[in-house]
Design a protein around this ligand. Sequence first.
Ligand SMILES: [Fe+2]
Length: 351
Amino acid sequence: MYAQVYTMPIFVGKGREKVMFEKVKGFKLSIIIPTALYAVLIYATRIISNSKNTYFFNGSPIAMTSLTGVFSGLSSLCLIYMVLKYKKLGFIVSLISVLSQFPVLIIGIFFRHIYTGMPGLFNNVLALVMIIVIYLYQAKASREHEKLQNLFKQTATALANSIDAKDTYTHGHSARVAEYSKKLAQMNRKSDEECEEIYYAALLHDVGKIGISESIITKKGKLTTEEYEEIKKHPIYGSQILESISEFPYLRIGANGHHERYDGKGYPDGIKGEEIPELARIISVADAYDAMTSKRSYRDPIPQEVVREEIVKGTGTQFDPEYAKLMIQLIDIDKDYKMRECEESEFSFKG
Ligand SMILES: [Fe+2]
């Protein structure tokens, strides 16, 4: 049962819609620039290839047509840029841009016998081959990259499940904290890349609990001072476990700092305010929200208005004011108190 990780139903707020809209808008706008530049360069190439003018360089006359290769080369660079930057969309736009020139060139050469178009036809055939080859290589590299990414995601998910499996009552905790943390990051306009980093750092924030005795983690009564001191070591254990994943340093930072408090009274380092890494400040709010809203061995989920009050109380003391405010916004949007821990059937399986 615990080998599964569930993902929260997407809780769409106004902030998210705005971010998505801007992303689509920016995406469309940015591809217009290289496409327009390509069109201008192709037009300039045609004008120059038919020009009978000369220009002077170091006193020697040089035919304008000698610049054809320069403009043609620049237009090829535009195509390469589009395929590399926009991948499939860039490939389609490049393909259409190149193919759209063939009718004019073919009619000119084969029906009107304008043979000055021959270099243009040759260049276009080369450009066509070039963008197809680049796209195929890029698609292969993307598939390899995706495989590696999936391997990382599945490994991180398996690790998160193994942490939650230690305690029936924290089942799904890591996945929910990851979802809340990502949501907070999105609301604060973090980039997609940053949101992904925050998600995985949050997913593994409690990995250090692997090093804590199961009898302490699952204890139903009050912890003794010694037991509490032991459980407080889990951020350090987590940091040590994740330290070896040097490619993703944010994982270690999230595990190490998620129990720090904004007023400096947290652990393990007792750092305060903005000394605490931002992703740890985000996870801290999300972690507290899930701890209060999910069922525990010793209590049922806390009512929403009490949870809201606790977050308000902790603003600026336990929590970063900015992220506490965003969490309060999320709570206020969630009028039916549905964002908290859901019944298993309400989660969708995340492969
Ligand atoms: Fe923790």
